[in-house]
Design a protein around this ligand. Structure first.
Ligand SMILES: [Ca+2]
Ligand SMILES: [Ca+2]
Ligand SMILES: [Ca+2]
Ligand SMILES: [Ca+2]
Length: 455
């Protein structure tokens, strides 16, 4: 069956170009550009950020800080370092390699070397004002007294401090943002998500600030991967380098990301789950990925997946355009599977061998396949609650839903809409392979299907 079906794949791909009006009805991601991954891949934003974030050499010289104390690094030194490496702690080593200590950190111009306590003579007027305003105590010993320090209780917050992805203005400059920064458990300023994951420990939160991160990610322990600004401004782009996000082990939550550009043969495109610990995906957009199996999301046996408020769209595969599920537990709520294409079976999703699956308040629309345009189910008990299965199409059988022959399992539809007129599934709503096709289900339809057909 496989080979002859592959032959017709090319012709079906051309069917993917529906008119835009029809597509818009199946789309829930709001207005603006449909896919944020299509805009702003330029890394120059980060470069600009670094430039602005680095203060000049004329850092303040607090009156009482003649000895550079234990915290060391007067912030202008660390400010010169790219914040990509790690937090301010390790910045010291590289910064101090130019053995000429404090004096070089000051304005290298006038070598007024006797500058302990007082500032260099040339900038008297400005230094006077800064001294008067900053003459207070330096509670957190970060080299910046109250008045210059925007948080004198936190030594990691001061002018020139590296921005962390934490929702705070770490460098006391509102003009420098956190864009392009990844932090782990509130610490560190990593330039890639992979660096953040490498710095994480089991149970860590890896927080991702707005930007497009062109990389593939591998997760192998308990982890929370969460964006600061949501999926419209935070994208992980695998750039055809394998599955974009792979979860091999660990209880993992992924929140607020666009996941795109993934590609593989047999292992999934956007999200690939080969572990057996629970994975929860919330408020994500999984779009524009490719794989033979599970182009949007792929799971291996034993996987446990919960999908919430997530859109899976425009993924291209052979078996399971949006999702191929063969794990042990699946729940889907308030999700959208739309405009996915599979060459063989399960345009929106294909589900194999699961005792109980629930889809609730979920739209499966405008997906295409050879068989099972919306869904395909084998040996599973699928419960559809308040779902919308419309405008899916199959070029062979099972426009809305295909139940495999042999071990079809059961499908129950409760108050779910299967479309009428232009919104109907084509060529029929449900096909039970070897038994027959069943259609005419419209809005709010409740029925059940098994190996004997649909009632
Ligand atoms: Ca301070
Ligand atoms: Ca501080
Ligand atoms: Ca920050
Ligand atoms: Ca800032």
């Amino acid at each position: 069956m496989t080979t002859e079906r592959r032959s017709s794949r090319a012709s079906r791909k051309t069917e993917g170009s529906r008119d835009s009006g029809e597509r818009a009805t199946g789309w829930v991601a709001g207005d603006g550009p449909r896919y944020s991954w299509a805009v702003d891949r330029s890394p120059s934003l980060l470069a600009l950020l670094l430039l602005v974030a680095c203060p000049g050499d004329d850092g303040p010289t607090p009156a009482g800080s003649g000895d550079s104390t234990t915290t060391g690094d007067p912030s202008p030194t660390t400010g010169d370092l790219p914040p990509t490496t790690t937090g301010p702690g390790t910045g010291d080593e590289t910064g101090s390699t130019s053995a000429a200590d404090d004096s070089t950190a000051g304005t290298a111009g006038p070598t007024g070397t006797t500058d302990d306590g007082s500032t260099t003579g040339s900038t008297d007027t400005t230094s006077d004002s800064s001294e008067s305003s900053g003459g207070g105590v330096d509670m957190d010993m970060d080299g910046f007294p109250d008045g210059l320090d925007c948080d004198d209780d936190d030594p990691l917050v001061h002018p020139g401090a590296p921005e962390r992805c934490n929702g705070r203005d770490d460098d006391c400059d509102p003009m420098t943002t956190e864009d392009g920064v990844v932090s782990v458990d509130g610490q560190g300023s990593h330039a890639t998500v992979g660096d953040g994951i490498a710095a994480s420990v089991p149970g860590s939160e890896v927080r991702i600030c707005p930007g497009t991160y062109v990389e593939t990610l591998s997760i192998a322990h308990d982890l929370q991967l969460v964006s600061e600004g949501g999926p419209t401004v935070t994208t992980i782009d695998g750039n055809d380098g394998g599955p974009t996000v792979s979860v091999g082990a660990g209880t993992v939550s992924i929140t607020g990301l666009t996941i795109t550009g993934g590609s593989s043969v047999g292992l999934g495109g956007g999200l690939s789950i080969t572990g057996t610990d629970p994975v929860t995906v919330t408020d994500c957009l999984i779009v524009g990925n490719q794989s033979s199996d599970g182009a949007g999301i792929y799971t291996y046996s034993g996987a446990q997946l919960s999908l919430q408020q997530t859109t899976v769209a425009e993924n291209l595969g052979e078996i399971g355009g949006g999702l191929m599920f063969q794990g042990s537990s699946l729940s889907v709520s308030q999700c959208t599977f739309t405009d996915n294409i599979s060459g063989e079976v399960g345009g929106g999703m294909v589900i194999f061998g699961l005792p109980a699956v629930q889809l609730s308040d979920t739209a499966i629309t405008d997906n295409q396949s050879l068989d099972g345009g919306g869904l395909a189910v084998e040996a599973a008990s699928l419960d559809l609650q308040d779902c919308t299965i419309e405008r899916n199409s199959a070029s062979s059988s099972g426009g809305g839903l295909l139940m495999f022959s042999g071990h079809p399992g059961t499908v129950g539809s409760t108050h779910s809409s299967w479309g009428t007129g232009p919104d109907d599934n084509s060529p029929q709503d449900v096909t039970v392979a070897g038994v027959g096709s069943f259609g005419g289900y419209g809005a709010g339809a409740s029925f059940s299907c098994s190996a004997a057909g649909c009632l």
